[in-house]
Write a protein that binds this ligand. Sequence first.
Ligand code: PEP
Length: 254
Amino acid sequence: MRKKIVAGNWKMNKTLEEAGALAAEVMGMVADEVKGNVRVVFCVPFPYLLPIKNQVGNNTRIAVGAQNCSEHEAGAYTGEVSAAMLRSMGIPYVILGHSERRQYFGEDGKLLAKKVDIALKYGLTPIFCCGEPLDVREKNEHEKLVKQQVEEALFHLDSASLEKVVIAYEPVWAIGTGKTASAQQAQDMHAIIRRHLASKYDKSVADNISILYGGSVNAANAKELFASADVDGGLVGGASLKSREFTEIIKAIG
Ligand code: PEP
């Protein structure tokens, strides 16, 4: 049985105080209202990892994740944060390959393969993002591109390592735009990714991997998106910054 996950990507938002208030509100609502078996992840800015982790404490439903890590082990890389550091802080998740990192920081498949390796080496669960920009979808080349993104960053892994990865399909045209993929578009691409994993590994490996949808998920559309067979939850940006909205999204799967 693969895990159901709703991860909030807070990006570069909130002061420390606001971050603490958001976490507290969501934690309270999840405790009171979420019945099902869903893992919630707060993917917070680096400086907030430890305070938010301490706040979450030993809550078994909620975990804390980073939004990136370095491809390097350690050393003279000013401003970077290593997988080993995250591990030493007890952080279990790290988003890798978010489209904003690909677009603004030039991250490509080769680099992401290294980041995936180092994250796994230090026992972190990568939430690996893939997804096509609008022009690629308009040319009907989205399937080819997303398969290629998955191949470049993940296909060098053995199946035991691959099974530790969470994939997030995030069509770039839907991120932060208010434009969501239809439930059918999301399901189609998730099934394509899963079949592609099955063709390289095998069906049981592919069936064990959680594939999240991301791109303008909100309280109104989450239930329909999460109802699809191959959609195992969501990676949520803007709506994860509002406690009530984010909790409703969690409830849509839990
Ligand atoms: C994201 O940043 O991963 C994301 C999906 O953002 P939004 O939900 O705001 O589209």
